[in-house]
Design a binder for this molecule. Structure first.
Ligand code: HEC
Length: 110
């Protein structure tokens, strides 16, 4: 019985390890770093340093679905609710770097 449980735990560890290795290829570390700099210049005043805020009036970016890049680009480009449009302020490359930062949860899930 114990042996079986141990085996299951080893499998779970192996699987989560594999999943992590797979997502590691999604964003380049350089893009995440570029996005982090950009974020702290243009987004942190509302969304909080390192994306930490109460989430009461401003959207909590730590909860943004990491599989919705299109929605991210659209909201940042065109604005949403009380968030201004960044169409004229940011290039496509800068917005993609921001997505690398937000989509990787600040590099925690690269
Ligand atoms: C002036 C304050 C302000 C700034 C600056 C700001 N935001 Fe926002 N942001 C908001 C608010 C408020 C919301 C909630 C909008 C809503 O749903 O009504 C929001 C929502 C969002 C959302 C979720 C949109 C969705 O699809 O639900 C994303 C993603 C986002 N912001 C990213 C960014 C990024 C990236 C930057 C920097 C380029 C940024 N924001 C700068 C105020 C701001």
């Amino acid at each position: 019985m114990m042996k079986k449980l141990q085996f299951v735990l080893v499998c779970v560890a192996a699987l989560t390890g594999a999943a992590h290795a797979q997502t590691a290829a999604r964003f380049a570390t350089a893009s995440i770093d570029q996005g982090r700099d950009q974020y702290h210049r243009t987004c942190a005043q509302c969304h909080g340093r390192n994306m930490v805020n109460a989430g009461t009036t401003t959207y909590d970016l730590r909860k943004f679905p990491t599989d919705q890049q299109e929605r991210f680009v659209n909201s940042v480009t065109n604005g949403k609710g009380n968030m201004p449009s960044f169409k004229d302020a940011l290039s496509t490359e800068q917005i993609n770097a921001l997505w690398a930062y937000v989509g990787s949860r600040g590099g925690k899930e690269p």
